[in-house]
Structure formats: C-alpha cells, structure tokens
Design a protein around this ligand. Structure first.
Ligand code: IVH
Length: 603
C-alpha cells in the first residue's frame, strides 16, 4: 500500500472495499475469536489509510465503513490477564438420565456418600473473574481461552452492582466469578437507542452484554445497563466456606448480587424438580437463561472430585432444548422507521413457543427473506433460543401458488420511492418528512428519554395525538398549550392530566444543545455523537452555520466536521445530507424558535 492517495474514484472505491474487508476481518479476529491477526501498529495504519481516503473521497464512504463503527474496536486492544485457577466450562446434560448419571458417577468416585446440590439458573451472559487483594478490586478478566482472558478492569469498575472493596474480614487474595448480563427489558431499550442512533443492533442480550463490556472506552460501558450475578470461586488464599451454599451467602454479605432463584437441593429428586420449575418460570424471568447449573454443595467433596478434561466433575449444566414451534406466516408487514428504514416483519398465526404467545417474528431484511425463500402462506418453524425476538428458522412448505416475496418499490405509508443503495442491506423510504411514518417516529424520538424527555408524552400519546392532528411537527409539541381544552376533553384525560403534560412541556423549552441535536433524530447521531457535536460547536447558531457550510463537499466546515474525534467522514456525510434538505432545516428552525437552547461548554 502506498502513501499517495488514489487518483480516481474507481481506484479509491476498490481500496476502500479492501480496507473495509481487512479491518472488518481484523476486528472479528480480535473481538470474536480472541486471536488477533495484526499487530496494533498494522491495524492503526489500516484505519488511518481508510480515514485519509474517505476524507478525500467523501462520496465513496461505504455504509459498512470501519469509520462508521463509533466506539467499537479502536486502535489497540485489551491487555491479557492470567487466571489464578483456569476458567473451565461445564459438561452438558440434556435430560433426567444425564443428570442421574452425573450424580451416580460422582458417588462412585467418592465412595458411598449422600450428595446434596445447589441448583442455579444458567445465565446467558459472559463469565468474568474478579480478583480482590486485601479487600480491594484489583483485576477483572474475561474468560478468554480459559487460562488467560482480557483485562477489562476499567470497564468492570463502571458496573454499579460490583463492589470495589470487600468488608473485612476477607481473604488476602480471592478470585470471584460470575456472569455479566443484560436484562431482557434493558436489551430492548438498548437496541431501540442503538437503532435511533443508527448504531449496531445486538442479536440478543448475551451479545449486547459482551459488546458492551468489551469496549475500549469504559465511558461507553458505563452507559450500558450491565449487571452481574456472582456464582463461583477461583483462587483464594484461605477457605471462605465449607459448602457452595455458604460461599454464596458470603458473597451476598460482601455486597454481590447472587441469583435469588439459587436453591439448596437435598437429593436427585429435588434436583429434577428444580429443573421443571425453572423451565416453567423461564419466560417470566427478567433475564435470559439457557438451562440450569447443578453444583455438589460440599466444597470438600468438590475438591476431591476435581476436574476431568476442561470441566469439573462436581458440576453439570442442564441445557433447555431450543424452543421451537410450527405455525403459518399470514403476512409480511413492512414497518417504516424514523430514518425511513423499511423493516419486514412476519405476522404469524398465534402460537405458543416455550410459554410465550408469539404473533410476530423478525425477518431481518429482504436478503434474509430471499435466502430462506420465505413466502406468505408458508408453514414455518419458529425459534426462541435465548433471543427475545423470535425468528423463522426454516420454511417447511409453501402454499400452492405462493409467489416469492418482492421487495417494495414504494413506501407503504407515503408512496415515495423506496431505494436500496448499493452495498446496503436496508431499503429506505425517500419521503423524509413528508412520510407520515417517519414524521411520527421522529416525534416519538424527540419526546423520548435521552432527547427532550417529556414526561407524559410517551409513544402511545404521540401516536394518538399524531392521528388526531394535534401533533405533526416537532414545533407543534410546544404549541400544544393552545389546545389545552381539547386535550383535557380526550377520553381518560381531564384538566389535571392536560395541565401536567403542558407543564412538563414548558419545562423543556430550555434545553441543552446536545439534547436538542440528539432530539432531531438524524441518522447515526446518537447521544454520544450529539454530545461531541455540542461540545465542539458550543452554540446552536454556530452549529447551524457550520452544518449548512458543511453541505458543500470539500468545504472547510466539512473537513472540520469529519475531523472531530470519532465523528469521521461517514457520519459527516449523514449530517450534510440532513442539512442539504431545506425542509429539514425549516422544521429544525421552527422548533428552535420555540426554545432557549443553552450553549455547551467547550471540551
Ligand atoms: S459455574 C467450573 N454457574 O456457563 C464451573 N456457570 O457452560 C464454573 N454460567 O462458562 C461455572 N450461569 O459462563 C456457573 N450459575 C452458573 C452459571 C454459569 C451461567 C456460564 C458460565 C460458564 C458456562 C459453562
């Protein structure tokens, strides 16, 4: 690779494609396989080259550009930490016979003893080892290859429920292990926020937890709703209990959260009953579990049993079978998102999958539909395997005469052309603000928590007001006070609710620049980027002028914007496109005219 920039668009496009592939592959090797294939310096050089070409050829920035991955893998990785005692995995049982066999094997090994167990939910997250020295949290490491993990100490310190120090008396040195996870509700909210910010959507809570923990910037981890359940012991300088149950109690006393469904089980019969109970309760739990873990309670017996291969002889994981069901696909619905993304959703004949009644499934995008050849009327197999959103895993049969799915050429809501730019997987409505669906989604976003945070103006109310023409544009929110009587007269409202809502709106007339920018709902401008922009431009007037100048490719304002740390050319293009559309600027100005936008402090 030479230092000179490519001479033509064609050359630049080829090189950008190559760089996207190389950097993507390096990221996967590093983050997913824990097996870096490039040195930090080589990796940095690739990224710098990519940024330089994008700066010179902004119109060629790829949708999968590495520069658009805000806050993800950056230039250097985590350090490595060696575990005092290896972090092993567990053998699996898939039915009562497997469990009985496990208990029988242990009894044979130990001679004739009676065994009791502790049953725990098997949390679907990622395991972590925390080392405390003289009561202070010193290191935190991921499992890695079992002997050595990544040093995520700084990130772990940002998790609210993890004690930074242990009350005395405690061992001089102790490794405490547990599972970092995200609840189902937090996962949905996180994905909604990620989507609003045009950032990566996580496939399931486990991926979201792993992605959130393995951030090179601990500030990003701090903003994610991570939690920990502590459940195991690593190296310890002295014994802390004689039973696993006693150890869990000790952990609780030290301030760790220990799963409240963990139970002492007197014998094999009790253990089998625990499995049934957890399977029945699984859907109602706030977090994903993929089975239960049984541990022999007596720690002396545990150490006599020891390990075989990579798993202890004293514990076993009983995995739930993947939850599947067969049903009919009644229709393929197309949802229109805030930034015009058209998302296909499966409407299904209602079916019970593992205790949850399912009527909708994600279809991801049109490529997935084509790959699986999903057609309306199909008999399909649904799966909920840890994932909160059910998926269609297989088509069993097409209905006679069913035609393959054809992507829409026009937005189902506003009729504007629907286009899929080359290289993107998402088709978008080009209607912008004239599309009622986009306008409505933008209003919901504007009133939402991280943005204007207007109490009482949640999604349901915005949708109703939108349908009733009380709200059409952002500025209308601040004109609702002219409709107090109409709001009070609505069913279920009354004078008091109307007044409360209008008061909540009034308190938001004074707004910070970063909330204002985030509230506009521009693609890829999430809370973090809105904050960067606010700090960089400090006032609304300055930001507005600079953004209008940045519409011009090659302008000073455009390169200044692209040069803000972590904004980069791809996001700069997104902002420029927003400001290039006069209707967007008009709508923004009308909103700004209702507000007092506070200046931000420079960084
Ligand atoms: S005990 C030596 N307890 O499952 C055994 N693991 O399949 C140490 N897991 O790597 C693990 N919930 O990430 C244990 N209550 C629990 C668990 C649990 C989830 C995970 C853990 C482990 C994997 C093994």
């Amino acid at each position: 690779m030479t230092d000179a920039l490519p001479a033509t668009d064609a050359e630049a496009a080829v090189e950008l494609e190559r760089l996207a592939l190389l950097i993507g592959e390096a990221d996967r090797a590093y983050h997913e396989r824990d097996a870096p294939e490039l040195s930090d310096a080589e990796y940095d050089a690739l990224r710098r080259r990519n940024d330089a070409i994008e700066m010179a050829f902004p119109h060629l920035v790829r949708p999968d550009s590495p520069s658009a991955r805000v806050g993800a893998a950056a230039s250097s990785g985590f350090g490595k930490l060696r575990h005092g005692v290896p972090m092993l995995s567990l053998d699996n049982a898939f039915g009562p016979e497997d469990f009985s066999e496990f208990a029988e094997r242990a009894r044979r090994f130990l001679g004739d003893v009676s065994l009791s167990f502790v049953g725990e939910p098997k949390i679907d997250g990622l395991s972590i080892s925390l080392t405390y020295e003289n009561g202070a949290l010193r290191h935190a490491a991921t499992r890695g290859d079992g002997s050595e993990g990544e040093d995520v100490t700084a990130n772990i310190r940002t998790i609210a429920g993890i004690p930074h120090s242990l009350p005395t008396p405690c061992p001089a040195r102790i490794e405490i292990r547990g599972e970092v996870f995200i609840t189902k509700a937090d996962f949905l909210a996180l994905n909604a926020a990620q989507e609003a910010a045009g950032q990566k959507i996580f496939a399931n809570p486990r991926n979201a937890a792993a992605g959130s923990l393995r951030q090179l910037d601990p500030a990003i981890t701090a903003a994610r709703p991570l939690r920990l359940f502590a459940y195991a012991m690593g190296e310890a300088s002295e014994a802390v209990a004689s039973t696993h149950w006693g150890y869990l109690e000790r952990l609780r006393a030290w301030g760790f959260s220990v799963n409240d469904r963990s139970t002492q089980l007197a014998d094999v019969a009790a253990a089998l009953a625990f499995q049934d109970q957890m399977a029945a309760d699984r859907a109602a739990l706030a977090y994903d579990i993929d089975g239960v873990v049984y541990k022999i309670d007596d720690l002396d017996l545990q150490s006599r049993l020891g390990f075989v291969g990579r798993a202890p002889r004293w514990a076993i994981a009983w995995k739930f079978p993947a939850e599947r069901a067969t049903t009919t696909l009644q229709a393929i619905l197309i949802q229109v998102g805030r930034t015009g993304a058209l998302t296909p959703v499966a409407a299904l004949a209602a079916v019970n999958v593992g205790g949850v009644l399912v009527t909708r499934a994600t279809l991801h995008n049109e490529d997935e539909i084509a790959r699986k050849d999903i057609r309306v009327g199909d008999t399909v197999v649904l799966q909920r395997a840890g994932d909160v959103i059910p998926q269609i895993v297989e088509v069993l049969a097409h209905q006679e005469g069913a035609a393959p799915f054809m992507p829409l050429t026009h937005c189902p809501v506003c009729g504007s052309a629907a286009v899929r730019p080359q290289g993107e997987v998402v088709r978008r409505c080009t209607g912008g603000l004239i599309c009622a669906a986009q306008a409505e989604e933008r209003l919901i976003h504007l009133a939402s928590r991280g943005a204007f945070d207007i109490e009482g103006l949640g999604e349901k109310t915005v949708r109703e007001f939108f349908t009733e023409d009380l709200l059409k544009t952002p500025a209308d929110i601040f004109r609702l006070r002219d409709h107090e009587a109409a709001i009070a007269a609505r069913e279920g409202w009354g004078a008091l609710s109307a007044r409360n809502l209008l008061q909540a709106i009034e308190t938001r007339r004074a707004i910070s620049l970063e909330r204002f920018i985030f509230g506009l709902g521009i693609r890829r401008i999430g809370e973090a980027n809105a904050k960067l922009l606010a700090r960089h431009y400090t006032s609304f007037a300055n930001w507005r002028t600079q953004m209008l100048d940045a519409v011009q490719i090659g302008s000073e304002a455009r390169s200044d914007l692209g040069a803000i740390l972590r904004i980069g050319p791809a996001i700069a293009t997104e902002l420029a496109e927003f400001f290039a559309e006069p209707r967007n600027v008009e709508t923004m100005d009308a909103l700004a005219a209702q507000l007092t936008i506070a200046d931000a402090a420079a960084p």
